[in-house]
Design a protein around this ligand. Structure first.
Ligand code: PLP
Length: 356
């Protein structure tokens, strides 16, 4: 019997993807070999890579002006790789400080250029998304975090600006349509919504590259990976394969419009329960609520342990909130079913009847 996995990351993947990945770990494409032991230069893996890239392009609408890369080092490596490739020491970039990941991106970027923090919600423990702020027109880019995994806030509208947007989409990539032309660079660690840990998806507009004067190590230069088609060195073969299967699944569900509808419905079900249930309350500004990570607190501290027990008994796992928010966090990424969210809301309602 499978558990209902509400973990923030590494996180739930579609069951069909895990079944196919498990089969490929034994015998890939009838080759008599595991995908774990074949060359990344084999035609079988080259086909996986080509399909993964095509799926990314089809889903996002990114044309040839973007490089699509499958890199290692996690989203955290993009915190430094993006400014290294896009900013000279004397250049300015604007950052919005909307959570701990954004703050880490700011800290790393400061090593490579002049960083202006355009807005921050740190003073209110990142419980909202800063809006209406001034941006230096001379800035090279604006860095945003589309979904703040720890706090449960999400950007529902892009700020008005002509600056290219560099965006950390680690926890909501391909959960909804993307207005691709607004972005200069998008990056996402796979382990929240795209696949297993070990690969990071990067989409970068090629004309933004090649303008910095610093020397870049080959592995940290996006152009190396564009030219090498993410095969300059051995790529993370198995994570890329599982991401490709996950993207196939997203496409088969109807693509990003279908994902968005599915995600809105699940989130509404859960937020409606939080708002109606006398035992729980939400933690963030309503207009900024995340459709991916739903954070909520018990109305009384003494509810916390018995509610966790009730969740455990019902097979619901991964619901403990991050220590910086406390309470509970239900991560309801693409692969999470409406039925599993319903099991959670049923447990919440039963709990309120029991203690109320
Ligand atoms: C998880 C997460 C990261 C860190 O990703 P790693 O792949 O572990 O480096 C960065 N940004 C956001 C928004 C995240 O959710």
């Amino acid at each position: 019997m499978k558990k209902h996995n509400f973990s923030a990351g590494p996180a739930i993947l579609p069951a069909s993807v895990m079944e196919e990945a498990a089969r490929a770990a034994i015998d890939f494409n009838g080759m008599g070999l595991s995908i774990l032991e074949i060359s990344h230069r084999s035609k079988e893996f080259e086909a996986v890579m080509a399909e993964a890239e095509q799926l990314v392009r089809d889903l996002s609408g990114a044309g040839d002006e973007y490089g699509v890369l499958f890199l290692s080092g996690g989203a955290s490596s993009q915190f430094f790789m993006a400014p290294m490739n896009l900013l000279n020491e004397e250049d300015t970039a604007c950052y919005v400080d909307s959570g701990v990941w954004a703050a880490k991106a700011i800290k790393e970027a400061k090593n490579f250029g002049k960083i202006e923090v355009a807005a921050s919600s740190k003073e209110s423990n990142y419980s909202f998304i800063p809006k209406s702020y001034a941006l230096s027109p001379a800035a090279k880019y604006l860095h945003l975090t589309s979904n703040n995994t720890i706090y449960g806030t999400q950007l529902h509208e892009l700020p008005e600006t002509d600056l290219p947007i560099v965006c950390d989409m680690s926890s909501d990539m391909f959960s909804r349509p993307i207005d691709m032309e607004r972005y200069g660079l998008i990056y996402a660690g796979a382990q929240k919504n795209l696949g297993p840990a070990g690969v990071t998806l990067v989409m970068v507009k090629k004309d933004l590259l090649g303008h910095v004067s610093r020397k870049l190590p080959a592995m940290l230069d996006y152009r190396t990976h564009i030219e090498g088609e993410s095969m300059y060195n051995t790529p993370p073969v198995f994570p890329i394969y599982v991401m490709m299967l996950t993207l196939r699944w997203v496409a088969a569900q109807g693509g990003l419009d279908a994902m968005a509808l599915h995600n809105v419905q699940k989130a509404q079900l859960l937020y409606n329960e939080i708002d109606a249930n006398p035992c729980f309350k939400g933690t963030v500004a309503e207009e900024d609520r995340s459709l991916m990570n739903v954070c909520f607190l018990p109305e009384k501290a003494e509810y916390e342990a018995p509610f966790m027990e009730a969740c455990k008994a019902a097979g619901l796992v991964g619901l403990k909130g991050h220590r910086s928010v406390g309470g509970f966090r239900a991560s309801i990424y693409n692969a999470m079913s409406q039925e599993s969210v319903q099991v959670l809301t049923d447990v919440m309602r039963d709990f309120a009847q029991r203690v109320g």
